[in-house]
Every structure is written in C-alpha cells, then in structure tokens.
Design a protein around this ligand. Structure first.
Ligand code: NAD
Ligand code: DAU
Length: 364
C-alpha cells in the first residue's frame, strides 16, 4: 500500500500542536520512526503539562523542529505554516485534566475553544482554498458524549453531544468549530474521538501514572467515590496508529472513534497496578501495595462510564487496538520504573507540587 492513501493528506511537512505533552510526544516519536515524513514541527506553549524531555531522543533529528508558541497566537501560527510549507496539521494542544477544568474553566475555554478557532483560521488563511494534499486532523475525546449507565450501548459517531465537565464542554465546542470549517469553507478536516489513553510519558496528575508514582513513594492512592466508575483504556501507541490510519485513508469531514475495547472499574485498574508493583518490587516495604488505596470525596459531576463503538474505523480503515490492557499496563509500569529521573523531575517541579497540595489537601 502507498504510504499516502487515497491521495488525501500529503503528509510531508507536519505541524503537531501540543507535541511536548503525553499523546503528542508519543505521536511524534511514532511519526519519525515509522513513516517517511520529511518535516515534523512541534508547536507547544510548554504549559505545566509540556515536558521537553519527552522529545529528548529526537531533538537532534534534522527532520524535527520545536517551536515554543501558543496556538492562540494566530499570526505566529500563520507564519510557521508558510515557512514550513505545512500540508498536515495534527492538533493535540489542549488543557486536558478534568479536575483542573472544574477549578478553572476559563483557561480551558481559552486554549481548547479559542485556540482551536485560531488554528483553523490560520490554516484557512494560509491554505487559501488550495486544499490539495492538505489535512487538518483534530484530536478529541469520548467525554463530549457525557456519561453512560452500566447497560447502555457504547457511544457511536452519531451519539448526541452531552458534555458534563468544563473540559468536555470545551472539547465539544472545539469539535463543532472544526466541523463547521468543513461545511462552511471546505477545509479538509478529520476528527477522532478517543477514550482514556495510558502509556509512557503521561503527566502523573492523571490516574494511572498517579497510582504508579504513589506506589513508588508509599503514599496513599486516592480513589474518587466508590471507585466503580468505568473507563475504556487504550494504550497510547494504538491511538497513534489509529491517527495515522485516518491521515492516510480517512475521508475529509468524517469522525472516527478509537478505543481500547475494555471496561474495567477504576478500582480494578488500581488493583492491577498494585499487584504489578508487588511483582516488580517484591522487596519493597510497601508490599502489598493495595493497602495504599484510600477512598476520597468524589469528583463533582463525575461521569460514571464511557464506552466506545469503534466499528466504523475497523470497517473502513482496518484499525483495531493491538495492545491488551494487561500487557499495556505492564509496559507502562516498566517505563516509569525505568525512567525515575523523568518522574522525579516532574513531581519535584513547583506546578506539580502546587497541584497535589490543592487537589489532595492534608497530605505531607
Ligand atoms: P497533555 O495535557 O499531556 O499535553 C497537552 C500539551 O498541549 C502540553 O504539551 C501543553 O504544553 C500543550 N499546550 C497547552 N496549551 C497550549 C497552547 N495554548 N498552545 C500550545 N500548546 C499548548 O495532553 P494529552 O493527554 O497528551 O492530550 C492530547 C490531546 O488528546 C488533547 O486534545 C486531549 O483532549 C486529547 N485526548 C486525550 C486523552 C487522554 O486520555 N489523555 C484521550 C482522548 C483525547
Ligand atoms: O476519556 C478521555 C479522557 O480521559 C481525556 O479526554 C482526558 O484528557 C483525560 O484526562 C482522561 O479523563 P479522565 O477524567 O477519565 O482521566 P483521569 O486520569 O483524570 O481519571 C480517570 C478515572 O480515575 C476517573 O474516573 C477519575 C478517577 N480518578 C482520577 C484521579 C486523578 C480517581 O479515582 N482518583 C484520582 O486521583
């Protein structure tokens, strides 16, 4: 098969926004290692969630360039699109943590809604109606659909949007803007809505790396509410493969779901990690790590369950997730155990300490 599928995206010069974050950095590694891409420009504002060390292995790759900038700076984005002859934009940049959005919704509106609009406007201005070989791919989330009860069918691409957190509402607004640019201006957009990612380089405010780092430090592992909330967990590498398939062969104007195809409760995830830690660190004074689990006050408006119907991308593009949850969790735990300097640098930095203090008061 040709690298470029149905003549959609040329994928020679790719702009990745938010590439210093978790999924964006994994995607850049994936692009450079597995595709014939000529240029990868990473535009990132380096908020607390952006970690330059995530790209340390590629910083001397002549195909790679880092640009410290904000997606809200439309003029700078336009200049960059022109200078680098960008044909493909993969838009990850966002504020992403639901708990932070509950404390500070306006930042989420600014980055996720206004930032996406500025990026769309920049692409429209620079591409100026010549859309041959161009693509604007927008990364979205399952959270735009709201919440499911235990027996409900999974979300499909036609499920109505009922976002319930400020984060989800801002992502929903961004999705609507992206679609509006397809219908109104013909901008060649695609969207993917993905479930919960896990894997290397995830900022440890999120549940899975938080559990791992609390195990390592022998600190309490906070479980919101009854711990029976259900997520669909996808290994980040599977997400990256799915995005590439959409860039290659996805149809402009279309949305594709990506998910891991599992339904564990948060408590089950925490127990699996604790058991892995018992096995990997049998001499640790924390064994059994399960005794670190502690139920705490629930997240306001906490969505009970997410589940994704991914039959569209399976049928149209032949994508299915390859990494089973048990295997992916073990690889993730191994990555954090093998990169203590990465974890230490992040958790000792002021933004992380301040957040832990604010979100989990009464500790240390
Ligand atoms: P992350 O929080 O790890 O990283 C976000 C990155 O965006 C950081 O590098 C940050 O510096 C950058 N950024 C923030 N504001 C910016 C701005 N104004 N201009 C430029 N850069 C900015 O996020 P992630 O978990 O990697 O998520 C990436 C994308 O995937 C987001 O759009 C998110 O909504 C979506 N998503 C995430 C998940 C998940 O489970 N993590 C699941 C589905 C979809
Ligand atoms: O579903 C996709 C979404 O997944 C992405 O769009 C978001 O950007 C990403 O942050 C993630 O959102 P969640 O809120 O599902 O992820 P988080 O890691 O914050 O929480 C996962 C589950 O664990 C959720 O039910 C809340 C729970 N939790 C989380 C934390 C941080 C706890 O029980 N305790 C905690 O301390």
């Amino acid at each position: 098969m040709d690298w470029v599928g149905r003549g959609n995206s040329r994928m020679k010069n790719v702009l990745v926004t938010g590439g210093a974050g978790f999924i964006g950095s994994n995607f850049i590694h994936h692009l450079l290692a597995r595709t014939p891409v000529q240029r990868v420009v990473n535009l990132d504002a380096l908020t607390y969630a952006g970690t330059p060390a995530n790209l340390a292995e590629v910083q001397n790759d002549t195909r790679y360039r880092f640009v410290h900038a904000d997606i809200c700076d439309g003029e700078k984005v336009q200049a960059l699109l022109r200078e680098e002859h960008v044909d493909t934009i993969v838009h990850f940049a966002a504020d992403t943590h639901v708990d932070r959005s509950i404390r500070d919704p306006e930042t989420f509106y600014q980055t996720n809604v206004l930032g996406t609009l500025r990026l769309l406007e920049a692409a429209r201005a620079v591409w100026a109606g010549d859309y041959t070989g161009k693509r604007f791919h927008h990364i979205s989330t399952d959270e735009v659909y709201g919440t499911l009860e235990p027996g409900d069918p999974p979300f499909s691409e036609s499920t109505p949007y009922i976002p319930r957190s400020p984060y989800a509402a801002s992502k929903a607004a961004a999705d609507h803007l992206v679609r509006s640019f397809f219908h109104t201006y013909g901008l060649p957009v695609t969207l993917s809505n993905c479930s919960n990612n896990y894997g290397p380089r995830q900022y440890p405010e999120k549940f899975i790396p938080l559990v791992i780092q609390r195990c390592l430090r022998g600190e309490r592992i906070p479980i919101y509410g009854d711990g029976r909330q259900i997520r669909d967990w996808i290994y980040v590498e599977d997400h990256c493969c799915g995005i590439l398939r959409i860039l290659q062969d996805g149809r402009p104007g279309e949305t594709y779901h990506l998910g891991g195809g599992n339904q564990p409760t948060n408590l089950e995830i925490a127990n699996l990690i604790c058991d892995l830690m018992d096995r990997k660190r049998p001499q640790s004074a924390q064994v059994p790590h399960r005794r670190l689990l502690q139920f705490i006050t629930d997240r306001p408006g906490h969505d009970r369950r997410y589940a994704m119907d991914c039959t569209k991308i399976e049928r149209e593009l032949g994508w299915t997730p390859q990494i089973h949850l048990a295997e992916g969790l073990e690889q993730t735990v191994d990555w954090y155990l093998d990169h203590p300097e990465w974890l230490e640098a992040v958790i000792q930095a002021e933004p992380y300490r301040a957040w832990m203090h604010e979100q989990y008061p009464g500790e240390g």
